[in-house]
Ligand binder design. Structure first.
Ligand code: HDE
Length: 704
């Protein structure tokens, strides 16, 4: 007799008839295959004798309808796909933990934040927004940063982005925004790109988009790694403490590895060299034990402070400068486990901004209010059943009880008759089921004193939402010269792909409200006359600058989490390479050996195998490169355009190049590389590390 529950088999498989998707141990109680693989069965537990040949009438006859093995296999395969997310379709997920580093009972009664050291499991899904599930990782786009914290008081989903503001102020515009940025409706392209007519048409008509357009066109839109992006809750939320006092709060995730981006040329080349660049980078870092971390920070302010600002804190196109309300760190998140199954976890995870904790609440931000409906709604069409919360990745890790019953794919087996509330079944000795708990349950904040009159029904936007340009200007002016040039050329590139001539003109007319010089640069770049300034709903005011908005001003001189490409060939010195590899690892980085052939190649002191072949491993894959070559090999490689491009790209992308004598003599001149402080001897590489040498940029491209 076999006992399915008690089995000891080594392999596990998904039992489609099991509870809530649990993995069942395979059936091996009789011990007949404990050393070998588990028996293959169909979805109903029947062992399969032959998985290669279908059942046929005679050796060359037709296949029989009775072949349930074939039919089930093909039937399941035919239905394997579910609708991809309407936005944020391409994503990468990982598990981890969150730990509270500062107790904040004075701000919130959320159980999670009452004591330092409290932890909870988390699941994070990073995503691009516009592209389909099979698109690439490095287009210019916003990145989704969705965190599910499985707390003892239920799941808290902080469903944010890597940009702190949004394109629109009201949820009613979201379908139009998304339609405009996705593939154009008639032709089905471009995929994963905002550089086309319809997106910029929408932008040109919607001045409130201008602030986020600045961010999306900046280097934030082309991150180096998902481990090096910030996350933002975007909306203003509420904290409510045990006394019932409410405060506004904005949430921030700050990457411990610092912020880093690619250049546009790099992003484009990476898309071809490795379409999975970001998901591979995340997977490999976690797999190697280099767990990415983020600090959770909050900006706390009250209604009185909010009322004095020249913008409305309920307007999601506005941020709160960190110089005015500092970000206070309250916890740290560590991602330490890759998913076991992409579909079951990353694809089926369902984030809901309505997943919130007692002690945290929404604000009246009209964008957030729309999201509170949309996410629950979309999960039904994506996951097919109202019971999507029972899928293991979505299920709370604390007990949950209610009277909701039945529905497709109900996998729980609620007991008893108490499927309504209130009831008196307990008085008859039965289980009467759960009851609402006013003391500890979620209760909405009473918004006394908000600038709002709830007695009127209006389809309007408040006056306080009317300034669309001041913060866009603050963002632009806070960037370094290089970063400003990147924004200008990104807009020129995007608008150069727009075929309807009045659209770029309308966009430039709006840019004049942000910065005259930016508008001029874009107009010149496109060869069109500077149009008249667009009339602003409200004249912008001068908000000064905020250094926190620039990536370059906050760059970390570190090798931690960075990847160094080391080029070698026959005859290279193994000891030099081994020492460098060890030093990089000690500094928290990783190295990757590149050679013209994978090998093993004969080198001085032994043999070495490359991790990647030069032709398939362009230098865009790395944060810095080092070449350790015998002079004659360097001379030979200088005849190879691919090898020359390896250095030319690293130079163009302002990376550190560690170059041995042969490389300096033969390869660098071929690539038109002039010595600067980013070109160092391999022995000095560790002193310089993986920083970008932005001062080189004006030498390698026209920044005007
Ligand atoms: Fe989303 N958004 N969104 N969004 N969003 C979705 O939900 C929506 C907005 C964000 O990895 C959808 O499960 C509306 C802002 C992320 O699974 C959908 C509005 C921010 C993800 C949806 C917004 C986001 C989504 C599609 C305007 C940053 C990926 C699939 C009111 C704060 C989550 C899904 C994941 C996904 C609706 C605006 C972030 C359709 C209506 C603002 C990170 O429900």
């Amino acid at each position: 007799m076999r006992d399915h529950q008690q089995g000891q088999g080594s392999a596990a498989f998904t039992d489609n008839t099991g509870n809530a998707g649990e993995l069942h141990q395979d059936i091996a109680a009789d011990g007949d295959h404990s050393d070998g693989p588990a028996h293959l069965t169909d979805n109903h537990g029947h062992r399969i004798a032959d998985n290669q040949n279908s059942l046929r009438a005679g050796t060359r006859g037709p296949t029989l309808l009775e072949d349930f093995v074939l039919r089930e296999k093909i039937f399941h395969f035919d239905h394997e796909r579910i609708p991809e997310r309407i936005v944020h379709a391409r994503g990468s997920g990982a598990h981890g933990t969150f730990e509270v580093t500062r107790a904040i009972p004075e701000w919130t009664r959320a159980g999670l934040f009452q004591e330092v050291g409290t932890t909870c499991p988390v699941f994070v899904r990073f995503s691009t927004v516009a592209g389909g599930a099979g698109s690439v990782d490095t287009p210019r786009d916003v990145r989704g940063f969705a965190v599910k914290l499985y707390t003892q008081e239920g799941n808290w989903d902080l469903v944010g982005n890597n940009i702190p503001v949004f394109f629109i102020q009201d949820a009613i515009k979201f379908p139009d925004l998304v339609h405009s940025v996705k593939m154009e409706a008639d032709r089905g392209y471009p995929q994963a790109a905002s550089a086309h007519d319809t997106f910029w048409d929408f932008v040109s008509l919607m001045p409130e988009t201008m602030h986020m357009v600045m961010w999306a066109m900046s280097d934030r839109g082309i991150p180096r790694s998902l481990r090096m992006i910030e996350g933002f809750g975007v909306h203003t939320f509420r904290f409510i403490n045990a006394e019932g006092e409410g405060r506004f709060v904005k949430f921030h995730w700050k990457p411990v590895l610092g912020l880093q981006s690619t250049t546009w040329d790099e992003a484009v080349k990476i898309a071809g060299a490795d379409p999975d660049f970001h998901r591979r980078d995340l997977w490999e870092a976690i797999d190697a034990g280099d767990f990415p971390q983020w600090d959770l920070g909050v900006q706390i302010f009250d209604e009185a402070w909010a009322a004095k600002q020249p913008y409305d804190v309920l307007d999601a196109t506005k941020l709160i400068p960190e110089e005015e309300i500092p970000v206070e760190v309250i916890g740290r998140m560590t991602l330490n486990r890759n998913v076991d199954n992409f579909f079951a976890e990353t694809e089926q995870v369902a984030f809901l901004p309505t997943n919130i904790l007692p002690g945290i609440d929404f604000s009246n931000d009209p964008l957030l209010q729309g999201r509170l409906f949309s996410y629950l709604d979309t999960q039904k069409s994506r996951l097919g059943t109202t019971n999507f919360h029972q899928i293991p990745i979505n299920a709370p890790k604390c007990p949950f009880h209610n009277m909701q019953r039945d529905g497709m794919m109900q996998t729980l087996v609620p007991k008893g008759r108490a499927n309504y509330e209130p009831n008196t079944l307990a008085q008859a000795g039965e289980d009467g089921g759960p009851r609402a708990c006013p003391e500890t349950g979620f209760s909405s904040f009473r918004e006394n004193g908000e600038r709002n009159d709830p007695t009127e029904k209006l389809r309007v936007r408040p006056e306080t939402f009317a300034d669309h340009y001041s913060q866009a200007r603050m963002f632009y002016l806070s960037q370094t010269e290089n970063e400003q040039a990147h924004i200008a050329s990104a807009i020129v590139f995007e608008l150069s792909k727009v075929s309807i001539p009045h659209i770029p003109t309308a966009v430039i007319a709006r840019l004049r409200n942000i910065d005259e010089d930016l508008a001029k640069r874009v107009a010149e770049g496109l060869g069109i006359d500077l149009p008249k300034k667009a009339k602003a709903a409200k004249e912008p005011v001068d908000l000064g600058t905020s250094d926190a908005l620039s990536i370059q001003k906050n760059a970390k001189a570190t090798l931690e989490g960075r990847k160094v490409g080391i080029l070698f060939d026959e005859g290279s010195n193994k000891e030099t390479i081994d020492t460098l590899v060890a030093d990089i690892e000690k500094a928290g980085g990783t190295s990757f050996l590149v050679a013209p052939k994978i090998g093993p190649l004969k080198v001085k002191g032994g043999t070495l195998k490359a991790d990647g072949q030069l032709a398939g491993t362009p230098s865009v894959m790395f944060d810095a490169v080092v070449a350790i070559l015998m002079p004659e090999r360097a001379e030979k490689l200088a005849q190879d355009v691919g090898a020359v491009a390896w250095f030319a790209d690293a130079w163009f992308h302002c990376k550190t190049i560690g170059a041995c004598g042969g490389t300096r003599k033969h390869l660098l001149p071929k690539a038109n590389i002039e010595p600067d402080d980013g070109i160092v001897d391999p022995e000095d590489f560790m002193k310089t590390g993986a920083i970008r040498h932005w001062h080189r940029e004006p030498k390698v491209r026209d920044l005007a």
